[in-house]
Design a protein around this ligand. Structure first.
Ligand SMILES: NC(=O)c1ccc[n+]([C@@H]2O[C@H](COP(=O)([O-])OP(=O)(O)OC[C@H]3O[C@@H](n4cnc5c(N)ncnc54)[C@H](OP(=O)(O)O)[C@@H]3O)[C@@H](O)[C@H]2O)c1
Length: 329
């Protein structure tokens, strides 16, 4: 059986990949975690480690066939540095993989193109571009999954706690500092006041993807020849505007939902203004600016069929979350 190491295993996507692999029993599963480990299945081998710590990565990569790397500091739990955790951290990880003869590296990237104006303002975009280029030069077989916004994060960021239902490791629950405060204030504005928020134009559309579908693509990429040395653009089954998503909320919650759009130039200005106080918040606002500027319309019907991924549509996604909320209350 091949051994898979998940780096970022305590995060929302990483923990989903670990749980599915452990349940399938098709691979030996290793989870790299920094501190206390979440409740993984008993057949998961837990390795303590950090992208900053080269020795821990060498230990974790020994005997590994595939590394799945989902680690990011967009919503960090504690101390975080784009340079140390992602730039140097991913260089450490790729180096450890090469030394230990890892055969495939699966990396989660972004579907908005790496244009200079985005790279200039947003560390997350710079980090993704950097890791993609490192991987392409690494002579290791790589799979880069370029994703549009996840429903799980962006439907929640519009002002709803619905997407967080049933999530033990939700990315947005990791928010700290000012971000946590903003979420506490407006995190359920749709349910409370009937107000949804979106970046840029209400008509900007995205092929929002359910995080569970990203996990399905990750697993379908393992031991898959088609995924070798490949950059794969994946997405949900439909491109929806922010306005259409707010209408979905209105239909499901059976109440009027108005959409408040934050103008893209204001987001860009905010990203600059908060930079001296919080690089993390500045990066989050810069991502919103980019998604307000640039739509993501991805035709993934073919790849979904070839990889055997049944794509989740937005209505079914939200309906399932609503049902989960009803059964848990
Ligand atoms: N959300 C979206 O819409 C979207 C769209 C496109 C692509 N993506 C990408 O999809 C992936 C999403 O992952 P996710 O949802 O699971 O993120 P997440 O919930 O924020 O989890 C981040 C993970 O990274 C780990 N990490 C951070 N710094 C680390 C370090 N120095 N060493 C080891 N681990 C470290 C965290 O560990 P701790 O628990 O110890 O902090 C955590 O496990 C990311 O690569 C993201 O960029 C997301």
């Amino acid at each position: 059986m091949a051994t898979v190491l998940v780096v970022g295993a305590s995060g929302q996507l990483g923990s989903e990949v670990v749980a599915r692999l452990a349940a399938a029993g098709t691979h030996v599963v290793r989870a790299l975690v920094r501190q206390s480990a979440p409740a993984f299945a008993r057949n998961v081998d837990i390795f303590k480690g950090d992208l900053r710590d080269r020795e821990s990565l060498l230990r974790a990569c020994k005997g590994v066939d595939v590394v799945v790397a989902t680690a990011t500091v967009v919503f960090p739990r504690g101390r975080a540095s784009f340079r140390r955790d992602e730039q140097e951290g991913y260089a450490n990880l790729i180096d450890a993989c090469k030394r230990e003869g890892v055969k495939q590296f699966v990396f989660i990237s972004l579907s908005v193109p790496f244009e200079a104006r985005y790279l200039a303002i947003c560390p997350t975009y710079r980090m993704k571009a950097w890791v993609e280029s490192l991987l392409k030069q690494s002579q290791m077989s790589y799979t880069i999954l370029r994703c549009p916004p996840f429903m799980d994060d962006y439907f929640a960021l519009m002002g709803s706690t619905l997407p967080l239902q049933g999530e033990a490791a939700a990315t947005l629950d990791r928010a700290t500092g000012m971000t946590r405060w903003i979420r506490a204030l407006v995190g359920n504005s749709i349910e409370r006041w009937g107000w949804a928020v979106a970046p840029g134009s209400p008509n900007q559309s995205h092929s929002f993807i359910a995080l569970g579908d990203v996990a399905s693509y990750v697993i379908a990429s393992l031991d898959n020849q088609e995924a070798r040395n490949a950059v794969l653009e994946i997405g949900g089954p439909e491109a929806l505007t922010w306005k259409q998503v707010s209408t979905l909320y209105a239909t499901l919650l059976e109440r009027p939902v108005r959409l408040l759009c934050i103008p893209a130039p204001l987001l860009r200005l905010l990203a600059f203004l908060v930079y001296p106080f919080s690089r993390i918040l500045s990066n989050q606002v810069a991502i919103l600016w980019i998604l307000g500027q640039h739509g993501t319309r991805i035709d993934s019907a073919n790849i979904a069929e070839r990889f055997g991924v049944h794509r989740t549509d937005a209505f079914s996604y939200l309906q399932r979350k609503l049902d989960l909320g009803k059964t848990s209350s």
